[in-house]
Write a protein that binds this ligand. Structure first.
Ligand SMILES: Nc1ncnc2c1ncn2[C@@H]1O[C@H](COP(=O)(O)OP(=O)(O)OP(=O)(O)O)[C@@H](O)[C@H]1O
Ligand SMILES: [Mg+2]
Length: 298
């Protein structure tokens, strides 16, 4: 009977955004991916797992009084999650679990607590099961950079990890380390993707060549385990929109087209992975031609 109930439940797919260094665009891409999934009619929840520097409640303009539970409470087993205490956003089909801005809940304490080290993997796993029972189809996890314990645990429960890299030598070196350290080991029964973001438009040819070499080096070092999602330009229009509190790529913007392809690539590969009972072989993975380096500006 229980087995029957579980098999009738809709699938839930978990996508996490991560990086080794701070600031490459995880939060920006997380919000836009979640927004796009919801726009496609998928019941989606975005979770702020960056407990040191919560951002999502501001991006989605969630008033404090409307937040009934946050990820800190969940990780510390201080509250019970129910359909009624997950906040909705102004976007149809998109809900949100924010992180607390109280210092006592933040960086200094939460990540260092023994209970978080011991239990956050299990709690995150159970959280996904609860969200699945509530009918969510996609979870997008916006994570803190680096080797923070919640991010590593999130990586291990995700179906797809999107690693975001900025075009600098130290970001590239850090990314290579992390992709080999953790991601390669986790690639069994789940998927790794990477994307370069904030590429300045109108780069010199020698810089473009180097970026392409970096992409190939990552692919060679990690085998076919990593699927490249594209080179995303730095956009002055997107930066200017942020001044006005607008974080979603406009529909007529080239970054929206790239994001659209990115969402297609990730969701279709998760489909392939989950439909193949033995686990998707790398041969079956599809890399859509998301974008070449663009040399045009906004
Ligand atoms: N393609 C882009 N074009 C222009 N600005 C961008 C682009 N991607 C991200 N940004 C800007 O870069 C800044 C950092 O982005 P974001 O906060 O998404 O990074 P992050 O990886 O989440 O950072 P952190 O590691 O601190 O969580 C933001 O101001 C964002 O608006
Ligand atoms: Mg962020």
């Amino acid at each position: 009977m229980i087995l029957q109930e579980i098999s009738c439940q809709q699938r839930i797919d978990v996508i996490m955004l991560h990086s080794q260094k701070g600031g490459p665009g995880k939060t920006t891409l997380s919000c836009n991916i979640a927004h796009e999934l919801a726009r496609r009619g998928k019941k989606t929840v975005i979770i702020d797992l960056d407990v040191a520097q919560p951002t999502l409640q501001h991006i989605f303009n969630i008033p404090k009084k409307d937040i009934k539970i946050n990820i800190n409470d969940i990780l510390l087993s201080n509250g019970i999650l129910s359909e009624n205490n997950i906040s909705s956003t102004h976007i149809p089909n998109l809900s949100i679990i924010t992180a607390s801005e109280k210092i006592a809940h933040g960086e200094g304490l939460l990540s260092l607590l023994k209970s978080i080290h011991d239990h956050s993997h299990f709690i995150l796993h159970e959280l996904m099961k609860s969200l699945q029972r509530m009918g969510y189809q996609y979870v997008v996890l916006d994570c803190a950079p680096g080797y923070r314990i919640e991010s590593v645990h999130a990586a291990s429960i995700a179906d797809a990890r999107i690693f975001v890299i900025r075009p600098s030598t130290f970001s590239f070196e850090g990314a290579k380390e992390m992709l080999q350290d953790i991601y390669k080991k986790l690639s069994y029964q789940s998927l790794n993707f990477f994307v370069f973001n904030q590429i300045p438009p109108e780069l010199k040819d020698k810089s473009l060549r180097l970026l392409k070499e970096w992409k190939e080096e990552i692919e060679n070092k990690t085998g076919t385990d990593n699927i490249f999602l594209g080179f995303f330009n730095l956009s002055y229009e997107i930066i200017e929109n942020c001044i006005h509190g607008e974080y979603f790529f406009p529909k007529n913007h080239h970054l929206y087209n790239q994001l659209y392809c990115m969402v297609d690539t990730v969701t279709r590969n998760i489909d392939l992975l989950k439909k193949d009972e033995k686990g998707a072989s790398s041969k079956k993975r599809i890399a859509l031609e998301t974008a070449n380096v663009s040399t045009k500006g906004d």
